[in-house]
Unconditional design. Structure first.
Length: 250
């Protein structure tokens, strides 16, 4: 259920951040990390995660402040935030919900609880009940197909399934799946995959020390030269130039 989910983990305590990130990676998630609330807002805009796990009490910009800022920004207001806390009093829970959080996870982590809460809040929209108007059901069916396929693509950017495999795994036809992508995001499956590869490459260039050839392989290019050409066409500069001009935040 979590395979392919993009999750931003925000915590100023290194051990907690690494422990949770490592667990989520074992579940097939793509994890990104933030060091405080300010970093969380910046990363959320850049990465567009499916959900954010964020500590409440952090120096500087704390989780409550960051959650409010995320809710006020059109680019991030629809991203669910689950708070992480070692001492969630009733008053703190209410304050967190007022700030826009959807749930809490108590430290020390019970990983089964973490998994279940993520599954709940990442669950795709359910189709309308039997007997509902078909016109109302159709957009939700399109969204379900899109989300199912998207998660598979995002979990395997280096070797994604082809259209036939993707359609079979989602229980639909190639044509129907292509229509769902067009309706939900306005692009073809190939265009969506290409854009997500470029976004992931940009993230890795800015936030890791991986060499450019390794990043090319990570996002599905067998040739560093082809990767550099595609990156330059998308962002107007080479990967090496982007890395020089973009400071690292991790």
């Amino acid at each position: 259920m979590l395979n392919g989910a993009r999750i931003l983990v925000v915590d100023d305590v290194d051990s907690d951040r690494h422990l949770l990130s490592h667990y989520l990676q074992r579940q097939g998630c793509r994890t990104y990390v933030g060091l405080d609330g300010e970093d969380a807002c910046r990363k959320a805009i850049a990465v567009q995660p499916d959900i954010i796990l964020m500590d409440v009490r952090m120096p500087g910009c704390d989780g409550l402040t960051a959650c409010r800022q995320l809710g006020e920004d059109a680019r991030t207001r629809d991203i669910p935030v689950i708070f992480l806390t070692a001492a969630a009093s009733p008053e703190e829970r209410v304050e967190g919900l007022r700030a826009g959080a959807v749930d809490y996870v108590i430290k020390p982590f019970d990983f089964e609880e973490v998994r279940l809460r993520l599954v709940i809040h990442l669950k795709p929209l359910r189709p309308s009940e039997p007997g509902a108007d078909i016109a109302q059901q159709q957009p939700r069916l399109d969204r379900n197909l899109f989300e199912s396929a998207r998660k598979q693509l995002m979990s395997r950017l280096d070797s994604p399934p082809d259209l036939a495999q993707l359609a079979q795994s989602t229980g639909t036809s190639q044509r129907r799946l292509s229509e769902a992508f067009k309706k939900c995001v306005g692009v073809t499956i190939f265009e969506f995959l290409r854009e997500e590869r470029m976004k992931e490459a940009r993230h890795l260039l800015a936030n890791t020390s991986l060499d450019i050839q390794a990043i090319a392989l990570e996002v599905g290019f067998t040739s560093g030269a082809n990767f550099a050409t595609a990156f330059r066409e998308r962002f107007g500069m080479s990967p090496s130039a982007y890395r020089r001009e973009r400071p690292r935040h991790d």
